[in-house]
Design a protein around this ligand. Structure first.
Ligand code: XMP
Length: 555
């Protein structure tokens, strides 16, 4: 592709990073990692989480996967056919906002009980079990939210194997069980809940508390006990056998077809492309579009990783000028996003057309995106705050069949898979970076000069954060170029330069975030270096706002 040889180098300007990068590259050269044998889906032990709309449902699925048991989250009204082909080992009923005695309250499907497999009901899930199997649930006199201490009354219950006789748990419920169903008994209690854990001898259990949240420190043991001790799972779901299975599936699906995959530099598209490449080799073409809004040395790193180390065919397109022209004079953040999204699609279309017949488009869709769009037990009304343009959303006239090998994985599993595939650590652990890139970190019009200033300041921030060994701990850390100019003094001269803001935040999922309490020394070093090393910047501020009310990005 055009400009292929342009700027292919790893700079030596950053000793720390380049040396680790090269070490990893050396280790990787030509290496193919041994993979464990694949477990076909019909044999893969699976636990199904029936979703009643709790904010924690996805967390339950993650906890199960952390115990190395494959798990799927399905809506409470999913038909049996949806899960019939799985090698089912048990069910978990999630929490949810409803009350069982309200008309139309969601209930567990009959097949969950008819299967005779173990069931674990959590919060609303325990009430569903009590209600459907003949117990009594009522609105609790005392609502219970927050910390409680659980006291075990049946030490022989396999759910509690290896646990102390009392431990802290996290409660969050309004309704409570007044009477357990026939055949059930109380297995543990808290100060406010005599039936905090119930069970019968056909392996149906209910927990009134949330074992999936961090505030229940023994929660993971409870899941482990349920999965191995009660469901009898071996716990052999690993990243390596995921890769083996995904490769096999893709070979069957794609055959001799050709696949295109757009790389962004992030971990999702990198892992997607690497899996597809394992499956079909050079019938995959990766497309890497440089929109001119990337950080310093990013294009070089991406190309070097894929071409040199992973030996993959990458079509590199330097479209910087096109994007910059379209952004000329634009100051509105939403317009910037729209322009970058549209231009990306145009370039993608043009480049894909040059490749001749391509049948498949590989995309790094993750499980949370899939769940978001499929399990809608609650109406999600959300105001449009910022429109996000990712690689998705290509026009319908492009007739590709979509392949999404990461569709059933969480972010941390994708990282583990990436490591199993031999991707370099700096790619695996890269902090999230928005599709519109530096365009939304430059306030006001995007120009070449401003991009250079921001790249230089951002490089210093990243460098210092990495040297302080904070890069992985922070959700994101970056520089913003404001459109404020202020007066300063350097030597005998007055200066009139830009104001740069530093943003460093901690977050679990980007929905909420807290500003990071970075050490003063580190802030001082970043500030000194930015004003000394970056021309036209004479003032640095640190953003100490959380989300909400602010957002992570400034635009
Ligand atoms: P905000 O700024 O909304 O960001 O708090 C939440 C997360 O989303 C990222 N972000 C974007 N990602 N296109 C993207 O692909 C976008 O337009 C965009 N805007 C924000 C942001 O970096 C943070 O991780």
């Amino acid at each position: 592709m055009e400009n292929k040889s342009q700027s292919r180098r790893i700079s030596a300007s950053d000793d720390v990073e380049v040396s680790t990068y090269l070490e990893i590259a050396k280790e990787l050269r030509g290496e193919q990692l041994a993979l464990e044998p694949k477990i076909p889906p019909s044999k893969r032990e699976t636990v199904v989480v029936i979703d009643f709309g709790s904010q924690y449902s996805m967390l339950i699925a993650r906890r199960v996967r952390e115990c190395h048991v494959y798990c799927e989250l399905v809506p409470y009204d999913a038909p049996w056919e949806r899960i019939a082909s799985l090698n089912l080992k048990g069910f978990i009923l999630s929490g949810g906002p409803a009350s069982v005695y309200n008309t139309g309250a969601p209930l567990a499907p009959a097949y969950a009980y008819e299967s005779r497999l173990p069931i674990l009901g959590i919060c609303y899930g325990i009430q569903v079990i009590a209600h459907q199997l003949g117990g009594m649930v009522a609105s609790g006199a005392k609502h219970e939210y927050g910390h409680a201490v659980l006291h075990i009354s049946d030490e022989d219950c396999p759910l509690f194997a290896g646990l102390p006789s009392s431990f802290p748990v996290w409660m969050s419920h309004g309704d409570e069980i007044l009477e357990v169903p026939p055949g059930f008994k109380a297995l543990a209690y808290t100060g406010n809940s005599p039936f905090a854990v119930i069970g019968n001898d056909t392996n149906i259990f209910g927990l009134q508390f949330h074992p999936e949240v961090a505030h229940t420190p023994q929660g993971k043991n409870i899941f482990q006990n349920f999965l191995s001790g009660i469901c009898g799972c071996r716990g052999d779901w690993t990243p390596a056998n995921f890769v083996a299975e995904a490769v096999d599936k893709m070979q069957r699906q794609v055959g001799n077809g050709r696949v295109i995959c757009a790389l962004s530099g992030g971990v999702d598209s990198a892992v997607t492309a690497t899996i597809v490449h394992r499956a079909i080799g050079n019938n995959l073409t990766c497309l890497f579009i440089n929109n001119g809004l990337l950080r310093r040395e990013e294009p070089e790193r991406v190309l070097s990783t894929f071409e040199r180390n992973l030996k993959m065919d990458v079509a590199y397109v330097d479209a910087s000028e096109r994007f910059l022209e379209r952004l000329h004079g634009v100051t509105d953040p939403e317009m910037k996003r729209q322009i970058v999204g549209e231009e990306f699609i145009r370039v993608f279309e043009e480049e894909a057309a040059k490749l001749g017949e391509v049948n498949f488009l590989a995309q790094g869709t993750l499980y949370p995106d899939v769940i978001e769009s499929s399990t809608t037990t609650e109406t999600k009304a959300s105001a449009k705050i910022k429109s996000h343009h990712n690689v998705g959303g290509l026009p319908a006239k492009m007739k590709f069949t979509l392949i999404e090998p990461l569709r059933y994985l969480f972010k941390d599993e994708i990282r583990a898979v990436g490591l199993a595939l031999g991707l370099p650590e700096d790619m695996i652990w890269r902090q999230p970076f928005p599709g519109p890139g530096l365009a939304i970190r430059i306030i006001g019009e995007v120009t070449k000069e401003k991009l250079e200033i921001l790249r230089a300041a951002d490089w210093i921030v990243m460098n210092e954060i990495k040297k302080a060994a904070l890069y992985r701990q922070l959700w994101q850390s970056f520089a913003v170029l404001t459109d404020v100019k202020s007066v300063g003094v350097m030597g005998d001269y007055r200066t009139y330069g830009y104001l740069v803001a530093i943003r460093a935040i901690n977050s679990e999922d980007a929905m909420t975030a807290d500003w990071s309490r970075l050490p003063y020394d580190l802030l001082a070093r970043m500030s000194d270096r930015i004003v000394n090393e970056v021309p036209n910047v004479n003032r640095v501020v640190y953003d100490i706002t959380s989300k909400p009310p602010a957002t992570i990005e400034w635009e």
